[in-house]
Design a binder for this molecule. Structure first.
Ligand code: URA
Length: 431
């Protein structure tokens, strides 16, 4: 085979065989196919797409390019959730202890913040002592003990995706549904989950700005997951406004803990419980989604998820007493308030503008090697639908330093849209 022929075949709208896909991807990992040919191929896929069989073949080849987590000997079921990313999205931290309390294991391998979207690992790193670089042995031990373990992807998980994603990032080929599908599912399959709930976000702060694109991605993820033998469902959820009342690394861990104590904001609880309900059904603990939701709510009220959250902090090297003493206090000294510019209602708080301001503040990063701040972020005192009088407190803003604060404040002021009447309630979840 020759790479140039495979590229030309895809460029001309052809369908690639499993052998062609395997030859190309494995050749790239082996260093035999140069980046420039892979980039040309990715662009051909971007324009001409892939059918379901090609997408499944690509996913499997990328999965097999590296190691998979061995969960043998640990009783399942193993169910995980994956979100396509957003602003203020900390549902993973809330859901894992809830479903673990029902007897489901959640083997979570997560990523870091990049661009305007947050990353679970950066949030967890804000807990003093907490380790997100577990060895496979530690991951297994903690998963068996607490029912969930949270770590970063090791270098041997789907290396083909790591190489291809880095190329896509710099060649404007990220936004391709088959390439996103294969990238996500190859990594999720490697962590050992038997069943998956996909939270496909759409709106200004999401990858997919339009609902129709999010639907197409959801369909592709479910179809490919089924072809790979997974039990898999997808929900479309709103990411036009940040989720919950906190955006920031420690702030989001804190808000997750508050949710487990029964005090979380309505939008965050709603999305978390709907995702957890589906995970409990996929894990065989409930016959229906409603039954699953009732189980999750009962578990929360009983307090076991809160305890499991604290147990997991300890298992992963964190200092529970210190963590508890930081709640409500661990904030940057560089802070400012944003007050309502006029009386009326908050019509919307734009997720993308908030996320971009978050990068300025130090919550996220633009380059993979940039550091993030644990204490930077935004706390919302009002969100869409909230009535305000001019001068009411809308946000408290925390920055990594004074210049960052100065740069982010105008962006955050711009993120708030006002109206004379209460806006229609946001629809958070679409099936
Ligand atoms: N997240 C991934 O892991 N891969 C993609 O291609 C896009 C989002």
């Amino acid at each position: 085979m020759r790479a140039v022929d495979i590229i030309a075949h895809k460029r001309d709208g052809g369908i690639l065989s499993r052998e062609e896909i395997a030859w190309l991807i494995n050749g790239h990992v082996a260093g035999e196919i140069p980046d420039y040919q892979m980039a040309a191929w990715a662009m051909a896929v971007f324009f001409n797409g892939m059918n379901a069989e090609e997408t499944a073949a690509l996913t499997e080849v990328m999965l097999r390019s590296g190691a998979a987590m061995d969960l043998s000997g640990i009783p399942g079921p193993f169910v995980d959730k994956h979100s396509t990313g957003g602003v203020g999205d900390k549902t993973s931290l809330i859901i894992a202890p809830i479903i673990a309390s029902l007897g489901i294991k959640d083997p979570m391998m997560s990523g870091r913040a990049l661009g305007h979207t947050g990353g679970t690992l950066d949030k967890l790193d804000a807990i003093p002592g907490y380790r997100t670089n577990l060895s496979a042995r530690e991951f297994r031990r903690i998963l068996a003990k607490d029912g969930f373990a949270m770590t970063g992807q090791t270098r041997d998980i789907a290396p083909a995706d790591r190489l291809l994603y880095a190329l896509r990032d710099v060649t404007a080929t990220v936004e391709s549904i088959p390439l996103i599908t294969a990238s996500i599912l190859s990594k999720k399959a490697a962590e050992g989950a038997e069943a998956l709930v996909m939270d496909v976000k759409y709106g200004s702060g999401a990858f997919m700005k339009r609902k129709s694109d999010a639907e197409a991605l959801a369909r592709s993820l479910v179809h490919t997951g089924v072809l790979m033998g997974k039990r898999i469902v997808a929900l479309l959820t709103d990411m036009d406004e940040p989720l919950g009342n906190m955006v920031g690394n420690f702030l989001e861990v804190e808000e997750s803990f508050v949710c487990l104590e029964g005090g979380g904001p309505g939008d965050l609880m709603e999305v978390s419980l709907e995702l957890a309900a589906r995970m409990s059904a996929l894990g065989g603990k409930a016959e229906t989604i409603d039954e699953g939701r009732a189980l999750c709510e009962k578990a929360l009220a009983g307090g076991k998820p809160r305890q499991l959250f604290l147990d997991n902090i300890e298992s992963q090297g964190g200092d529970v007493r210190k963590f508890l003493s930081m709640i409500g206090k661990y904030r940057s000294e560089y802070s400012a308030e944003i007050r309502a510019a006029r009386s009326g209602f908050i019509a919307r708080i734009d997720a993308l503008k908030t996320g971009r301001a978050g990068v300025q503040l130090g919550v996220g990063r633009n380059r993979a090697e940039d550091p993030v701040s644990p204490v930077a972020g935004v706390q919302f005192h009002k969100k869409s639908g909230g009535a305000v009088k001019a001068g009411d407190l809308v946000m408290t803003v925390y920055a990594k330093d004074e210049p960052a604060l100065g740069a982010a404040l105008p962006q955050l002021e711009e993120a708030v849209e006002y109206g004379d009447e209460a806006p229609d309630a946001r629809k958070l979840i679409w099936q």
